[in-house]
Write a new protein. Structure first.
Length: 506
């Protein structure tokens, strides 16, 4: 778990990226009335602009689109591609088009908009591949600006590393570039500036500095703030330690509001967390974390949100908790965290615990599956405030409904909340299995994540009664059976050992 203190890291400032738009040629309309036609030689047509030819598959495009810089070519797993570089600050609008023979690279910290200044919109078309070459290459969306990265199930948008593009990434590769940081104006609880909050989680002036980039601010008073839309996006091999205890995650959502669309997302082999929520109100659905070296799911700083269909499978040779949730050291801060999850499958492949809940937050798990290997426990809860039943902005202790656990040790007591206290909370729910036998299966000897008879024997809880974002299904966990196509086509590593393969540039 990363240190939840505010930090300042200096980066070199980036030059602004000029973005221009191309308009259509004017066409004169013919006049009205009778025309007298005088035979004569056909006029010589005025030459028009020569269209950019479509390159032969495996060869690079001839040029780069407006708003990007032509920095040569790069060899990929399927031939050469034109390397079109994105750098500096994106102001106004920039569209990254899907073009044959073209790949895009991030140069340094690429920012969309300026906090408190010019706003920007970054649009990325389906099937686009973007890469970073080092930990200093990352994408940051500032408050008030937006990203529209919407792939499709058959053409996901892929953010990855140069090594992956060149075909040299491996199963244990991690932290080869920075990651994605989205900053919003929704309420948060851990303030660098600002005063006390009002009950119900509405602050008037709370702002904080996100970890990783230098002096990047998040938080505000707009719960419904929109930072754009992200869907069918893969983020491969991200995460980077900027300084001790100060890391870039795969995707950081800081103060992001509920007006943001965040679904169908995969983070693979991040050296830090997969997705981390710092406050905010954004919900998420169809989230996949594979091979994460820290926590797959991490939420703190007053995050209030719902996640459904979450598949998180830790890396076998590393990793920490599958889920860590806290505002550790700031247990009485408001808004109090309220993180509800449904239909999750959490698989720890080492001897680590599945989850650590602490920091005085409210947590709920519905229709979920937790499993780990010898040496690990399913649930560890710390801090008396995490299980308290009364208080401002308070929903009560953690909730478990229709949860199936198969861990060598069900609960962990590390000198704080006792095993008996955790067992009482778990068994207060309905249709819970404390010490089951996992029948999860895999595909092609890869990760175990598909429900078997024991998991599908659990009666699911009607989650639609909790919140309109949740949808009722007739199974627990993230994947019902081998015919369940929820994560097929747009992910890597689940149905084929293909994450290390270079993305196709066509």
């Amino acid at each position: 778990m990363i240190t939840k203190q505010l930090r300042t890291v200096l980066f070199a400032s980036a030059a602004a990226l000029a973005v221009t738009a191309c308009g259509a040629d004017d066409v004169a309309s013919p006049g009205e009335g009778n025309l007298v036609v005088i035979p004569g030689p056909a006029p010589t047509p005025t030459p028009g602009p020569t269209p950019t030819p479509t390159p032969t598959p495996g060869t690079p495009a001839a040029d780069c689109p407006t708003g990007t810089a032509n920095v040569g070519t790069i060899e990929t797993g399927g031939g050469s591609a034109r390397n079109c570089q994105i750098s500096g600050v994106i102001q106004d609008n920039l569209t990254i088009p899907k073009r044959a023979g073209t790949i895009y690279s991030l140069s340094g910290g690429v920012e969309v908009g300026v906090d408190g200044g010019a706003q920007g919109i970054l649009t990325i078309e389906p099937g686009v591949v973007l890469f970073g070459s080092s930990g200093g290459d990352f994408l940051l969306i500032n408050r008030g600006s937006q990203i529209f990265a919407e792939g499709t199930a058959s053409a996901p948008i892929i953010f990855t590393s140069r090594q992956n593009v060149e075909g040299t990434a491996g199963v244990d590769s991690i932290g080869q570039w920075g990651g994605i940081v989205v900053l919003g104006r929704a309420p948060v609880s851990d303030c660098a500036t600002g005063g006390a909050s009002n009950p119900g989680g509405t602050r008037t002036d709370c702002e904080a500095i996100v970890e990783g980039p230098a002096n990047a601010i998040y938080g505000g008073t707009l719960p419904g703030d929109s930072s754009g839309r992200m869907s069918y996006v893969q983020v491969r091999y991200p995460g980077f330690e900027v300084s001790p205890g100060n890391e870039l995650n795969g995707i950081t959502l800081a103060g992001v509001g509920s007006g943001t669309f965040f679904q169908n997302i995969q983070v693979h082999n991040s050296s830090d967390d997969g997705v981390e929520w710092f406050g905010g109100r954004v919900n998420g659905k169809n989230l996949v974390m594979t091979g994460i070296d820290d926590d797959s799911v991490d939420s703190d700083s007053g995050y209030k949100g719902h996640n459904q269909f979450v598949l998180a499978i830790q890396r076998p040779n590393g990793g920490d908790y599958v889920m860590e949730a806290d505002s550790n050291g700031n247990e009485d801060a408001e808004p109090r965290q309220d993180h509800k999850l449904a239909n999750v499958t959490f698989v720890s492949r080492g001897n680590n615990d599945v989850m650590l809940l602490r920091g005085g937050g409210d947590y709920a798990f519905y229709n979920s599956i937790f499993t780990t290997q010898p040496g690990g426990a399913c649930i560890d809860i710390d801090s008396a405030t995490t299980i308290q039943t009364t208080g401002p902005d308070e929903n009560g202790p953690p909730v478990f409904e229709s949860v199936f656990m198969s861990c060598p040790t069900a609960y962990k007591d590390d000198g704080d909340i006792t095993v008996a206290q955790i067992a009482t909370l778990f068994n207060a729910g309905s249709n819970n299995t404390e010490s089951g036998t996992s029948t999860l299966s895999n595909v092609a000897a890869l990760y175990p994540f598909i429900n078997g008879a024991n998991e599908n024997g659990v009666t699911p809880f009607a989650v639609s009664t909790i919140n309109g974002f949740f949808e009722d299904v007739d199974y627990i966990g993230a994947v019902k059976d081998a015919n369940d196509a929820r994560f097929k086509g747009w992910t890597c590593g689940l149905y084929a050992n293909d994450c290390a393969s270079a993305p196709t540039i066509s």
